[in-house]
Design a binder for this molecule. Structure first.
Ligand SMILES: NC(=O)c1ccc[n+]([C@@H]2O[C@H](COP(=O)([O-])OP(=O)(O)OC[C@H]3O[C@@H](n4cnc5c(N)ncnc54)[C@H](OP(=O)(O)O)[C@@H]3O)[C@@H](O)[C@H]2O)c1
Length: 374
């Protein structure tokens, strides 16, 4: 009797506590935009999104210039680049609100990929000094200045522009680490689905530099582009379905994940690996993306427990070692970033609208000039 009463009380108390927690969490979630209303003492221009929504919510604001913490580097930003992630975070979706802040985005800054000059260093910083040219990952890269830990940066090769290295970090790391997940080896047949976006254009070139035979899947207008960056074979997805082919691949690097587990298994070698890198880029609708994520986790990954063909999922990690490796590939001309369009910092909303169309060829770069020409 007593146990029954306890269970009954728990059953009604838990949902009530959750509703109360949700209510408090919702109203507590806020960001710098509402806190920092006074004029900044040491101002800089930065792109922020204070609310969720379309790229219209993205604004060029004047905010306090950041100061580096002990292990951080302050970078005078010369160029940044956009990734599908920057388009996803501003969207108003329930999943986004759960991750990035219930009522408002907790962190209003935007941008990940940065390239620029070191302006100042924290007291524990030993590798870089003011004036050094660097690139890497920095939250809030769409700004005149950004702070990031030294471990998220590498030295910029002297023979490469700021715009070129700014396009490299997240997309290059995703391509490199994903191909590693696929245990890629020289001579193997590798298929890259979604070969012409930010990640895909680097994946094609890195796979070629590792000695693979590369088949690129893209739309008609991009066939020449993928050939120009080294693809050995091309498949136009508007005319042919790669999963219906008689060819077999050792590695499928899948940026789109728009085919089922069984369909992809059909074109994988008996011990092949399908790397689940993404779900279609900035153009994909939230509802479609969630379906593809669920398909990846519940069908592809789970089913691959029972076969020798593996479906591997991974999360890109910021790695100084890998950034240095990418810097070396770009310095020696083994990879060349494909830059589709360039925008000024103040034009970030327009750049995000273009990214959202879903057919970027390579990367969209934001150039950052100091002063009024923003
Ligand atoms: N695993 C991770 O930790 C991680 C990290 C970063 C990014 N990602 C993911 O990687 C994916 C790719 O990112 P991205 O920056 O390369 O995106 P993106 O620049 O927006 O490119 C998406 C590409 O997908 C192609 N595409 C669209 N529909 C297609 C189809 N049916 N078949 C073949 N290709 C198709 C588009 O080419 P067309 O113009 O020819 O249609 C476009 O080139 C995203 O889903 C992103 O979220 C994952």
């Amino acid at each position: 009797m007593r146990l029954k009463r306890i269970l009954k009380w728990t059953a009604s108390a838990v949902p009530l506590a959750l509703i109360l927690w949700g209510f408090v969490a919702y109203w507590m979630s806020t960001n710098d935009c509402t806190r920092d209303v006074s004029a900044p003492n040491n101002p800089m221009k930065a792109i922020r999104y204070c609310e969720y929504g379309s790229p219209d919510v993205v604004k060029l604001d004047e905010i306090e210039k950041p100061a580096p913490e002990d292990n951080q580097v302050l970078i005078k930003v010369r160029a940044a680049s956009l990734n599908a992630f920057d388009a996803y975070v501003i969207r108003d979706t329930w999943l986004g609100r759960l991750i990035f802040g219930l009522r408002k985005p907790r962190d209003a800054r935007l941008g990940q990929d940065v390239a620029g000059q070191v302006e100042a260093v924290g007291k524990n910083e030993t590798q870089f000094k003011p004036g050094d040219e660097v690139f890497g990952i920095s939250r809030g890269a769409l700004a005149e200045y950004a702070c990031t830990p030294e471990r998220a940066l590498a030295a910029k090769p002297a023979n490469v522009s700021f715009e070129q290295v700014a396009s490299l970090p997240l997309a290059g790391l995703t391509a490199l680490q994903g191909l590693r997940e696929g245990k890629i080896q020289a001579g193997q047949k590798v298929l890259i689905n979604g070969a012409t976006g930010g990640v895909g254009t680097f994946a094609v070139q890195i796979a070629k530099s590792l000695g693979a035979e590369v088949t690129a899947v893209c739309s008609t207008r991009n066939l020449d582009l993928v050939r120009s960056i080294g693809a050995d074979h091309v498949i136009d997805y508007t005319k042919d379905d790669f999963t219906k082919s008689d060819e077999r691949y050792d590695v499928i690097f899948d940026n789109v994940c728009n085919h089922s587990f069984a369909e992809r298994r059909h074109v994988l070698n008996p011990k092949g690996i399908c790397v689940l890198a993404g779900m279609g880029g900035a153009g994909v609708k939230a509802s479609e993306a969630i379906g593809r994520i669920a398909g990846n986790i519940f069908t592809a990954r789970a089913s691959s427990l029972f076969t020798d063909q593996k479906f591997a999922q991974y999360r890109t990690k910021s790695s100084k070692q890998d950034l240095t490796l990418l810097a070396d590939l770009i310095r020696t001309g083994k990879i060349t970033p494909v830059i589709d369009r360039r925008y000024k910092l103040g034009e970030a909303p327009e750049a995000l609208r273009y990214l959202n169309e879903g057919h970027v060829r390579g990367k969209v770069v934001i150039t950052v000039e100091q002063g009024n020409n923003i």
